[in-house]
Design a protein around this ligand. Structure first.
Ligand SMILES: [Zn+2]
Length: 326
């Protein structure tokens, strides 16, 4: 689908139900996005309309991505600093061992950040036993040398499994595989903070489309969650073209924050707010701490390639309205 059509479709969703809504929601389904559930005026929003999260999967799953990962990391840190944008880093332990310099740059960045876990060896959770998965996650935590237990987990390839292990290890948040405009939902004992948009090279020049998604999230009190890889924003070894697109998006996000309609949080901070607002939650209600860490120095085996996110299509929760609006 052409980008202009996508933008119009997403913009149309922000309008009251009418002829545009029929077209727009159909288009949104064609974009393979879920729509809802929504919680109106939820307390965790702290008076804002929406919360944004930006999660970054730090993983070098092919040797050819090493330089792109390093340069993309540097570009993202620059953008985060410019806009005081807290990033949620989902870090692969093995990739850290291979590039301590980039990891140190993340830790030393003056902007608040969260270090989440992306496993040690980029293990496929669905293809692993509970024991080997747990050992891999614990190895990652040990390599990263975090002072506090990590709160956010991102599944390699977004392949979800072993939630009991994650809950046992104290994780509170994860990023589900399926994209959605929605409020977070606690499933399997963790908060699923679902992604809205994956930023990669194909997003070049898509700032208007991404901004339209943000408008939609603000309208519906939904979480605006972008995710990316440092290497996924590099084009022919250059960070600048995609950095310009992201700069435009972050600038718009800052505008919304200044207007008082948007808050920037890490996934761990958002999960903490959700826990506080949900007394029935199985939360430990432990506020995520500012990261200080000492990486270990051992080196491990090579990791595997990175696959696409699962974008299975399902009906939006407001399907009836879609039909009635026709
Ligand atoms: Zn990954």
């Amino acid at each position: 689908m052409k980008r202009t059509a996508k933008t119009l479709a997403v913009k149309g969703l922000g309008t009251p139900l009418g002829s545009n809504s029929f077209i727009s929601r159909r288009v949104l389904r064609a974009l393979k996005m879920d729509y809802g559930p929504f919680q109106r005026n939820p307390t965790y929003l702290n008076g804002k309309n929406s919360i944004s999260c930006v999660s970054v999967d730090f993983d070098v799953t092919r040797p050819s991505r090493f330089e792109d990962n390093r340069n993309g990391t540097r570009a993202l840190l620059g953008l985060a600093e410019r806009y005081r944008m807290p990033l949620t880093w989902a870090v692969c332990g093995h990739s850290v061992e291979d590039d301590m310099r980039s990891y140190e740059a993340i830790l030393q960045s003056p902007v608040p950040k969260e270090i989440g876990i992306h496993t040690y060896s980029h293990i496929d959770a669905q293809a692993s036993s509970s024991e080997s998965f747990k050992a891999d996650v614990e190895r990652c935590i040990q390599v990263l040398g975090l002072n506090d237990r990590p709160k956010t987990f991102i599944f390699p390839w977004n392949r979800e499994a072993h939630f009991d292990v994650l809950h046992e290890l104290g994780f509170r948040a994860y990023r589900g595989a399926r994209r959605a405009i929605c409020s977070p939902v606690e499933t399997n004992g963790l908060w699923n903070i679902r992604p809205v948009y994956y930023v990669d090279q194909k997003s070049l020049g898509s700032a208007d489309l991404i901004k339209s998604y943000l408008d939609l999230c603000i309208e519906h009190f939904a979480v605006f969650h972008l995710w990316l890889h440092p290497w996924s924003i590099m084009i022919d070894g250059q960070a600048e073209p995609m950095a310009q697109t992201l700069d435009e998006v972050f600038s718009y996000m800052q505008e919304k924050r200044n207007e008082g309609t948007l808050d920037f949080l890490t996934m761990g901070e958002l999960a903490f707010r959700l826990d506080v607002a949900s007394p029935k939650s199985r939360a430990q209600q432990e506020r995520p701490q500012e990261v200080r860490s000492r990486p270990a120095e051992n080196f491990g085996e090579a990791t595997r390639g990175h696959g696409p996110v699962d974008l299975t299509l399902v009906d939006p929760s407001r399907g009836d309205e879609v039909r009635s609006s026709h």
